[in-house]
Write a protein that binds this ligand. Sequence first.
Ligand code: B4P
Length: 317
Amino acid sequence: MTLHNQIQEKYDAALNSKELLFFETTKVLKEVDGLKFEITYAPSLAKKPSSDPTMEEKKKIKVNPFLPPNPALFVQDLDEHSVVLNKFCIVPHHIIVVTKEFKSQSQPLFPSDLLAAWQCMMTAFGTTPALAFYNCGPFSGASQPHKHMQILPLQGQQPQPPIKALFNQIQDRKAGQIYVMDKLPFVHVITPLDRNFIDSSTDNEELGDYLAQMFFGLLDAMFQQLRKHATPDREISYNFIMTDQFMMLVPRSRELATLVQENLQVSINSLGFAGMLLVKTPEELAALENHPDLMQVLKDVAYAWNPNADVEDPMEQ
Ligand code: B4P
């Protein structure tokens, strides 16, 4: 049976047995600087038990939902990873690719991680495009300290994440080159992937090595940008986004964005930097809908891009 079919079967069974909780949502689109942000409002998610404790408290409680995964949510074993259904999902068939052995969510992604994520992204949802993401480190929006990547099918009106519109504006982009996008007011790096190489590769080791080469090149560039634009005073957390076209990294300064006027805080994970924001209360929804500049919300939890840091930055587009 294909991974796609296994996910569908397992999802239906887990939903029926209530081992998997699906939360109804409504969406609001809000355009800022060419980025059509998608704000997802999931009111019943506010009642999810695991959304209460902080990551530190969870570490103390020492409940690891991925070791072992709940059999009702387990889909398939890969070499070093297991594919598991997301217990708390707002997008049907959302999967999590977890390491079989405990590894830290503060580690970078290695060839086997990236290969597993890529292969799942390509096969888990049939022809529906997908987005992979990794919330790395304590300020990244991650709630589980066991290493896991997440993969979402991109259904509905937008078959690509909103950030793709800005990626498309990079002139004469070349696979493997690292770019920054001048509409984003925070430190980030993005690189197009070489689909000709990937699609012609028949060797998993070669493919994993290629993806890791792109990832570590990007990580190195992210640290270079960070050194130029900020003076981080804490361990570096970051968000990673991968589609079938590109990889992107954003270093994080904090997990919660403060919506000052409303005196509210919202948690932002990697999806926020793909242009997909999640809110759980009407107050949070109103605050984001009425916010004069959603880019500032992202900047608040990232590191500000200093336009004077290096005017001749060769990466700038
Ligand atoms: P993390 O990387 O640690 O954290 P997260 O994705 O930010 O989700 P969080 O746990 O903070 O939940 P939130 O209410 O913000 O990922 C942990 C993953 O493990 C999550 O996917 C979690 O649901 C899952 N999980 C926890 N316990 C589990 C168990 N026992 N078995 C299996 N899986 C378990 O967000 C809820 C969900 O909505 C998350 O999946 C989140 O990624 C997703 N989401 C957030 N923003 C979204 C958006 N804009 N669009 C679509 N989905 C979005």
